[in-house]
Ligand binder design. Structure first.
Ligand SMILES: Cc1ncc(COP(=O)(O)O)c(C=O)c1O
Length: 316
């Protein structure tokens, strides 16, 4: 389907993408005063069902981001979950999807601030397959850009303006021949990728930076911690991680809604472990893939059905 023909949700109504516009001086566009989520949906061919992943967790985080920006969301988390289902169904999406809800300051005037500016909300759902080439491990490089510190801009909010930090790191990494960047915190501890959380495996224990390390508290991160502990019986430790721990790790991987779980082959051109996909990353990749497509009943609460037995062709 052509992008312009997609149905989107904007300012309280469904409309065509091509007809949904914002003005040039829109506050969120000029000053980065917006927040958003990146939500995935996975298609099960066997069940002819589109499973939307961890909707409530994403909308709870959107509510937190909105609160940070003094934005009032027009809907509650349950209402947003329902709207997401409705949007995907209206577009008759059959295949993996990416849903982008966002809230932003909508005044068209000059003057940077958060108070006294009107709010707006929109949601777009598009077909989406892969963020990375999943056939091999990623080559990552430690970025010369440090991750924003919570004393400068709220790190635990998913705020549009702060993504210039991610964009700088990602482009630097790709232009230097890597697939992805790993950013350190201002204090020099391992923080995260440009849009992913990071995990280190050492001697059978899983380590990941704790929320005080200026990470975005990833929904996928939490899912992986749960799978690692409950399905593999692993110890998961959340603590500050040093750069050299990346180099001596047995395995490294990153997690994110867009990226899923991606194992890392090398860091700063040095192979991680033996440079092959490790057993723990491998097991988690397989478990996650089963869970998100409805293959693990225990994790059914993570999933929201779009069609619920109706075939996509009959919904519109
Ligand atoms: C900066 C950043 N860190 C981490 C993540 C991973 O978070 P999640 O698993 O909720 O997608 C994302 C992706 O949204 C991100 O943009």
């Amino acid at each position: 389907m052509h992008l312009g023909d997609l149905t989107v949700y904007h300012d309280g109504a469904f409309a065509r993408y091509a007809d949904s516009k914002v003005g040039l001086l829109t506050h969120g566009l000029q000053y980065g005063t917006g927040c958003f989520e990146g939500i995935r949906g996975f298609w099960s061919e066997r069940e002819e069902e589109l499973y939307l992943l961890q909707l409530a967790d994403h909308y709870d985080r959107l509510a937190q981001s909105a609160r940070i920006l003094m934005i009032t969301l027009p809907h509650t988390t349950p209402e947003l979950c329902e709207l997401t289902v409705e949007l995907c169904a209206r577009n008759q999406l059959r295949g993996d999807v990416y849903v982008r809800p966002f809230a932003y300051k909508a005044n068209e005037d000059i003057g940077v601030r958060l108070h006294g500016v009107k709010d707006a909300f929109a949601m777009v759902a598009i077909p989406f397959e892969r963020y990375f080439d999943t056939q091999r491990g990623l080559k990552v490089g430690v970025s010369s850009w440090r991750r924003i510190d919570d004393t400068m801009a709220p790190a635990r909010g998913k705020i549009t303006g702060t993504y210039v930090n991610s964009a700088l790191a990602k482009s630097e990494a790709v232009m230097n021949g890597f697939d992805e960047a790993i950013m350190l915190s201002a204090e020099g501890h391992v923080c995260e990728g440009s849009a992913e959380n990071v995990f280190v495996v050492r001697r059978g224990v899983l380590y990941t930076p704790d929320p005080s390390q200026n990470i975005l508290e990833g929904v996928t991160r939490r899912a992986i911690i749960t799978l690692a502990a409950e399905e593999l019986g692993l110890t998961v430790v959340e603590r500050a991680i040093d750069r050299s721990e990346l180099v001596v790790a047995d395995e490294l991987f990153i997690t994110g809604s867009a990226a899923g779980i991606q194992w890392i082959e090398s860091v700063d051109h040095r192979p991680v472990g033996n440079g092959e996909r490790g057993p723990i990353a491998g097991a988690l990749i397989d478990l996650y893939d089963r869970a998100i497509r409805g293959g693990m009943p225990k994790y059914a609460p993570w999933l929201t059905r779009t069609y619920g037995g109706r075939t996509p062709a009959t919904v519109g």
